[in-house]
Write a protein that binds this ligand. Structure first.
Ligand code: PLP
Length: 358
């Protein structure tokens, strides 16, 4: 038996969001970011729903292996590359594309099996200062790669935007310019844009775009909402009321008694908590939908439960449906309330919550 908490995943929304990405890409090829179990939605289901993408991007080898084992023949790009000779072999035998961002990875390529050339993406650090070669190192890295028999030529070129979610034009323009300078004269295809770049900054489209969050129906922009971009939420996190009680003004609710009823009211207990991935830091007042109506969360979120103030006149009853985010309640709004981003909320839905694909 499964409990009341479920994540309903809309395959239709997934496909429509991919179509939005395609239109915005204006002919650039689309690499769908499905790392971290497709942002908590389920890796293989995501790959199936998004099979119209031109490539998949993942962070780790086990994700790429799972895609191949499930039969996907798409290009699969390992965004962090490989870190050992064994991983290099695994990547070669599975025809994975590798991002290379570090001299140690150049060395692994030097000793790799020349009978199975791999496609590599030179990661350029255009200003984010996380992964990548500095702009002044790129020409030399490209030259070294051109001479390696285990490398398919020409290498592709990739960078990542640090401030596109804030629509920061100055920083983004500087990153694109730094990338262009570092890669000028190199023949390989180029990729710059994440979802935010794709939807907002035309000069970042290049040859390949790499949408992630928008495919899940979430705005990539700070303070943004999916519907502004024509996106539809893919995940709707739901549960049920498992208790409804009448309490009196002054009664405290939950651990620590951090919230007390200002007036007599009906309090509902919902079967979902931080053990399911609902953020414990969501404060009193965070909206929840009970029977489609907004009601405020009250008191601390527990591991398996949270409480809502249904209001004194409420007729809600045990078993009534509750939506925590998704259709009708933007996950972006919950993330703002909880002081985080929607990416984190989606990734953190735990494995005990069944994903139901519709
Ligand atoms: C995750 C990721 C993306 C997708 O980013 P979104 O903001 O989710 O669109 C693109 N590129 C790289 C390198 C990533 O790690």
């Amino acid at each position: 038996m499964t409990g009341a908490a479920h994540a309903r995943i809309s395959l239709t929304a997934w496909r429509q969001n991919l179509a939005v990405a395609r239109r915005a890409a204006r002919g650039a090829r689309v690499m769908a970011a499905i790392k971290a179990d497709a942002y908590g939605h389920g890796l293989i289901a995501a790959a199936r729903a998004l099979s119209g993408a031109d490539a998949f991007a993942v962070a780790r080898m086990d994700e790429a292996v799972a895609l191949r084992n499930a039969g996907f023949a798409h290009r699969v790009v390992l965004l962090e590359g490989v870190f050992s000779a064994e991983q290099m072999q695994a990547a070669q035998s599975r025809r994975l594309d590798l991002v290379i961002h570090d001299p140690a990875q150049l060395e692994l390529l030097e000793y790799a099996d020349p009978r199975r050339p791999v496609t590599v993406w030179i990661k350029v650090d255009s200003g984010m200062h996380r992964l990548g070669f500095l702009p002044e190192e790129v020409a030399e890295v490209a030259e070294r790669l051109q001479g390696m028999r285990a490398v398919a030529v020409p290498p592709a070129l990739i960078t990542h935007l640090a401030n596109a979610d804030a629509r920061d034009e100055a920083v983004t323009a500087a990153q694109v310019a730094a990338f262009d300078r570092a890669t000028s004269g190199l023949p390989g295809p180029r990729s710059i844009a994440n979802s935010a770049g794709l939807l907002w900054y035309e000069d970042s489209l290049a040859d390949w775009v790499r949408p992630g969050i928008m495919l899940y129906g979430v705005s990539p922009f700070v303070g943004g909402r999916a519907d502004e971009q024509g996106l539809q939420p893919v995940m709707t996190l739901t549960s049920e009321l498992i208790a409804v009680k009448h309490l009196r003004a002054g009664d405290p609710v939950g651990y620590g008694g951090t919230w007390c009823l200002p007036d007599d009211s009906r309090i509902g207990v919902v079967a979902i908590g931080y053990g399911d991935g609902y953020p414990r830091h969501a404060p009193s007042g965070t909206p929840v939908l009970v029977n489609g109506q907004r009601a405020p969360l009250v008191g601390r979120v527990s591991m398996d439960m949270l409480s809502v103030d249904l209001g004194p006149q409420s007729e809600a009853r045990t078993g009534d449906p509750v939506t925590l985010w998704g259709e009708g309640l933007a996950v972006e709004e919950i993330a703002e309330q909880a002081g985080t981003i929607a990416y984190e909320l989606l990734c953190c839905v735990t494995s005990r919550v069944p994903r139901i694909y519709t």
